[in-house]
Design a protein around this ligand. Structure first.
Ligand code: ADP
Ligand code: MG
Length: 240
């Protein structure tokens, strides 16, 4: 589903990604773990072209999205993204947050978009909040809306950048549960997270990034029990 070949990203003189190669299969759930500043967000943002890679290639479904000829908007439509700070449209109701892009971008008719949106809100346990505005929701509810909104575009892949890091502890589980259910439906997912329990339980693979390099790419049982690199060992000792 996703193939990354020798991906480099620099900001001026700062080399943030130093040649990352990996792939993610259809239906696979990959947890991306690593110290702050290691390049995790930049890596995710290169996958949906929120950042333009400096060199290297990214393929999504066989299409080279780093090619100059590609329609970036089209690529982004197929790749849903959920951010730490939700990024909901504050002046729109929850329902409108979900129907806006399908309406505008995919030209899905109003009634059909609303029907799909209500089904998605049902899935994330928020159909009762369809007509509320985001500022009336808790952090956990906002993030569940953000997930539903991303799903409303029927993406083939979902990217999550620390989706629970801005939440009060008691709201983390409701969001992780939604993500776990999504994983069980076979969605292809790449998740930057510090929730090690979740990564261990839900991910098929762990990618450990350190200093812009992919230091480990292993199944969770291997990564958490017997990390190969000293850097991963040290990281795990600090946080576990
Ligand atoms: P992580 O998500 O692992 O904490 P990031 O990918 O956000 O790491 O950042 C990696 C490095 O790239 C950091 O040193 C950060 O300051 C730098 N960086 C990220 N985005 C930009 C940007 N738009 N301009 C300049 N430097 C950036
Ligand atoms: Mg980050």
């Amino acid at each position: 589903m996703i193939k990354v070949e020798n991906l480099h990203k620099s900001f001026g003189k700062l080399d943030v990604l130093k040649g990352i190669s990996t792939s993610i299969k259809q239906g696979e759930v990959v947890a991306i773990i690593g110290p702050s500043g290691s390049g995790k967000s930049t890596f995710l943002r290169c996958l949906n072209l929120l950042e333009e890679p400096t060199s290297g290639q990214v393929f999504i479904n066989g299409q080279n999205v780093t090619s100059k000829k590609v329609d970036i908007m089209k690529v982004r439509q197929g790749v849903g993204m959920v951010f730490q700070h939700f990024h909901l449209f504050p002046h729109m109701t929850v329902l409108k947050n979900l129907t806006y892009a399908p309406n505008k971008v995919k030209k899905v008719a109003g009634a059909e978009a609303e029907k799909q949106a209500m089904e998605l809100l049902e899935k994330v346990g928020l159909s009762a909040k369809a007509n509320e505005y985001p500022n009336r929701l808790s952090g956990g509810q906002k993030q569940r809306v953000a997930i539903a909104r991303a799903l409303a575009m029927s993406p083939e892949v979902m990217l999550f950048d620390e989706p629970t890091s801005a939440l009060d502890p008691e709201m983390v589980k409701e969001v992780l549960d939604v993500m776990k259910n999504l994983a069980e439906t076979g969605m292809t997912m790449a998740i930057v997270t510090h929730e090690m329990g979740f990564a261990r339980e839900v991910a098929d693979r762990v990618l450990f990034l350190d200093n812009g390099q992919l230091v480990e790419d292993s199944p969770p049982e291997e990564f958490f029990v017997n990390p190969k690199s000293t850097r991963a060992k040290e990281f795990l000792e600090k946080i576990l």
